[in-house]
Design a protein around this ligand. Sequence first.
Ligand code: FES
Length: 344
Amino acid sequence: MSEQNYGNPDSGAVARSGQPEGQFAIENPGLPPHRPRLTDTDPKAAKRAERQVSALFLVSIIGTIVFFLGYFATSNETIGELRVQNLFIGLGTAFAMLGIGTGIVQWARTLMPDHEMIEERHDIRTEEDRVIAEEIIEDVIEESGIKRRPLLRNTLIGALAVAPLPAIFILRDLDNSEDYGVERLRHTMWDTGVRLVRDPVGTPIKASDITIGSAVHVIPEGLNELEHGKLNEKAKAVVLVMRLNPDQLNISPGREDWHYNGIVAYSKICTHVGCPVALYEQHTHHLLCPCHQSTFDLKDECKVVFGPAGHALPQLPITVDSEGYLVAQSDFHEPVGPSYWERG
Ligand code: FES
């Protein structure tokens, strides 16, 4: 605190009773004497520290490589494989970020100049201040040693160059094109004549098995036999089947024959952000999503009556086959899943 602040009630300065203006009750102890670090006096220690910092930047580069190994070189067909892939991606990203962060901290602690200095705050609006600011930046670059230490500089550049790549590949998965976007959600395994079977056992369901008030979790027949992409297909095709009195159904034109004697089938994937809608309230005929409480009215074609979902649950048109088993009439007539996808 400068002595000019003395006498200013907001300055925090405490005057000693009976002392003249400008004298403080507590003497400024000043800074402790500067103690040089080992790396300031021993070139070998400095070289060792430089190698340590470079090793941390290399750890970051290796972390990025591990991310790409997990992303591209591991399969995610089964839950077990998916866990292994997530482990690679998570550890790779963590080490990529940690390597850069700890490397920079270690660099600052051991190699960058550590002299203490006091800077007064003031406006930096004048040309003179701008020039001074530029000189300070140049000083910092010079003092950081980045020009004199090519090993540090090169490993840091390498780590910084590859570290953002995982983010690019992860964001690529948000692509809305044919390979990654709505087209993937537009088609599921449901098709004409595909039987509705219980999830996960895969037993077919007769219409007479579905009683009023029950809710059955359903997948398409053949899903359990898939060798590749089973989880992806299941994530799109899961359906809830319930039965109401047909008189209670409020049916819009074109959907008159999408139910079978009051048995209706709706996508289980919430149209908000895709949680499984898993709770059926028999008395209100409401389906509830546990994630953010979106509520869908089964009597009214699963339109949203509460919560953040912006779109009714897609309905699967169903009927029965010659043996009385429930079958799909077709695929869904719209993409399943979150409604932020372009549906036009
Ligand atoms: S995911 Fe269903 S309400 Fe948010």
